[in-house]
Ligand binder design. Sequence first.
Ligand SMILES: Cc1cc2nc3c(=O)[nH]c(=O)nc-3n(C[C@H](O)[C@H](O)[C@H](O)COP(=O)(O)OP(=O)(O)OC[C@H]3O[C@@H](n4cnc5c(N)ncnc54)[C@H](O)[C@@H]3O)c2cc1C
Length: 417
Amino acid sequence: MRDEQTEVLVVGAGPVGLLTAIVAAEAGLAVKVIDQESRTTARSYACALHPRTLNLLDEMGLAAPMLEQGRKVETVAFYDRESRRAEVKLAGLGGKFPFLLILPQSAFEHALEQRLQKAGVTVEWGHRFADCQDQGDAVTATVEELGGTATGYIVPHWETIVKNRISVRARYVVGADGQRSLVRQRLGIENTRVTGPEYFAAYEFESEGASETEVKVVLDDTTTNVLWPLQGNKCRWTFQLIKAEGLDEFPTKERRSVRFAQQTVDEDIRQHVERVARQRAPWFKANVRAMTWCTDVVFEQRMAKQFGRNRCWLAGDAGHQAGPVGVQSMNVGLSEGAALARNLGKMLRDRAPAGVLETYDRERQQEWQQLLGLKGGLKPRNDTDAWVSQRRSRILPCLPASDADLSRLAAQLRVDI
Ligand SMILES: Cc1cc2nc3c(=O)[nH]c(=O)nc-3n(C[C@H](O)[C@H](O)[C@H](O)COP(=O)(O)OP(=O)(O)OC[C@H]3O[C@@H](n4cnc5c(N)ncnc54)[C@H](O)[C@@H]3O)c2cc1C
C-alpha cells in the first residue's frame, strides 16, 4: 500500500467533481481528483446549462468558450398532445445570460478537464475510491488503482483488476461520485426516495424540416416528453416509457466515442421515433433522418438525508437526483460544488468554524426540498390557468432553473413556489 497526502480529495470527475476541483485548486488548495473510469463521458446526457450556471462559469472566466460551442435557447414551451398550453421565457430573467445554453455534457466535461489541467491538476483516471476512515483532523481514503487484463480464448473478455492500493490522507473528501455514490454509502447516509422510478428513452437524430428554436415539453395524460433543439439540424426526443424492461438501475455513463454501424437497427429506431413523436405530439412535422445516439435511462427523485459530515461532503448526483427535463440535478450540483470548494478554502486557509459546512448541508437540504416539491411545490393563484394548475407537480421538475430564477419562471406561469 502506497501512502499519499492532499488537502482535498475529490472522488468523481463528472461535471460536478471537475468544477469543484477547479474552484478548490484555483483557491490555492492541494487537490487530488480520482475517477474509476478511463476518461470523461462521450455522450450529451444533461445537455443544457441554466443561466445561474452560466453566471458561475462567467465568474470563473469559463462562460465564453462554452458560449462558442453551445446554442442559446430562450423559451421552454409546454404542450398537451395537441397544442401549446403555456410557456416560460428565460429572457424574462434578465441578467447577462437570459437563456439556456444547449451544450452536450461531453463537450462541457472536456472543457472543464482542460481548465483543471491549466490549474495544475490532472485527473487520476482508473482510480477507484473504496473506503474511508475519519481520523479527527484528517480522513484516510483507500483508493484502488485499476488495470485491465484480457481473459477468455474463443470469446475474449476484459476484466478489471486492482493493480495497487493507495492510502490517501486528506483534510477533506468531496464525494462527487454520482447517483450510486460509494462515499455516501460509506458515510451511512440514507438516499431517500421522493418519487418512484420513471423510465425514459432519449433519441438524438438529424431532422429535416423547420429547425427547432425552443425546448418543447409535452405533458400528455400519463407521460412527460421533451424535444430539445441541439446544434445545427440535430434534435433530441426524450420519451417517458410507459413500461420498461430490463432497466432497473441508473446506468453508468458511456465513455466510448465510436459507434458501430448497424443500419437495419437504426432504421427501425428511426421509424419508432417518428411513430411515437406523431402519437404524442401530432404537431411535430419534421422528418427524422439519421439517428446519431439513443439510450434508456431511469430517473428517481431522491435526496440524501445529509450532504455529509465531519470531513466528507457530497455534491451533485451523489446528494440528489431529479428528472431529465429541467436538468436541475447537474446544474444545481455545479453550484454546490463551487460553494463546497469555497467553504473548504475558508476552513483550510481562513480557519473558519466548522459551522460553515453545517450551513452548506442546511442550504442544500432547503434547496432540494423546494426543487423536489417537499415544501408544497408550485402553488396556484386565483388566475392560474386550469391546465397548468392540474399539472403543476409535473411542471416543477421541468423548469430549467433553481433559487430566485425558479420563482421568476414559476411566476410567468402564475404559480408560486
Ligand atoms: C444515460 C444517461 C442519460 C442522462 N440524461 C439526462 C438528461 O436528459 N437530463 C439531465 O438533466 N440529466 C441526465 N443525465 C444525468 C446527468 O448526466 C447527471 O445529472 C450528471 O452527470 C451529474 O453529474 P455529477 O458530476 O454529479 O455525477 P456523474 O456525472 O455521474 O459523475 C460521477 C463520476 O464519479 C465516478 N465514480 C463513481 N464511483 C466512483 C468511485 N467509487 N471511485 C471513483 N470514481 C467514481 C464516475 O465514474 C463518474 O465519472 C443522464 C445520465 C445518463 C447516465
